[in-house]
Design a protein around this ligand. Sequence first.
Ligand SMILES: Nc1ncnc2c1ncn2[C@@H]1O[C@H](COP(=O)(O)OP(=O)(O)OP(=O)(O)O)[C@@H](O)[C@H]1O
Length: 226
Amino acid sequence: MSNIIKLENVQKFYKVGKEQFHVLKSLSLEIEAGDFVMIMGKSGSGKTTLLNSLGFLDKFDDGKYLFNGEDVTNLNENQKSEFRNKNIGFIFQQFNLIETLDVYHNIELPLIYEGLLNKVDREKLVCEKLESVGLLDKLKNMPLQLSGGQQQRIAIARALVNSPSLIFADEPTGALDSETSNDIMELLKNLNEQGKTIIMVTHDNDLIKYATKVVKLKDGVVSMEV
Ligand SMILES: Nc1ncnc2c1ncn2[C@@H]1O[C@H](COP(=O)(O)OP(=O)(O)OP(=O)(O)O)[C@@H](O)[C@H]1O
């Protein structure tokens, strides 16, 4: 198995007034291609900070970040955006769909950012992804006309549309009831079985059964890996 992600001694500080708050403390971590990783730990332990920094939504202050063996620690802003678009699909607790765009255009947006495909090819991909989450009939709906579970499925279709190898999910079931949560977890499990590497932040111990690897954070360090 090969490492898709390797972190070596990363440090992350937040500036609060004149103080520095040390949130990730010399954290090292290896994630293999095909893993379904659950990042767990108490509120405030740095889970979201870790995920966001891995996805270049935030940055590490020190240490080394290798992606497929390549050093991506010091990418510039354009390279970071390109890296994100190409390699990572994001799923959030509150879905983060654009409320003023219909379902079709929400899913199409990453393809427009990428700028490689014409309209016909984009349409084919959007419909394919919508079908894979079972919501092809909702193409013209606005996000707020859908249930929470349906909105999360649309967000998953959007995360998949650029065919990323990695899915980052921050509490993807946090806003859903338990039955809908199970549906979303089954969908993620299928994606993992199809070869996507998934890194998910959760508080919910019941979801550990879906993981191939659990990383427990405590006070900014990995306290346990299984
Ligand atoms: N922008 C920021 N500025 C200052 N401190 C921050 C900032 N973002 C997060 N923190 C602090 O860093 C710590 C880690 O936050 P983070 O959101 O990563 O934790 P978490 O484990 O994901 O928590 P939760 O489970 O509650 O979402 C917390 O103590 C938080 O208050």
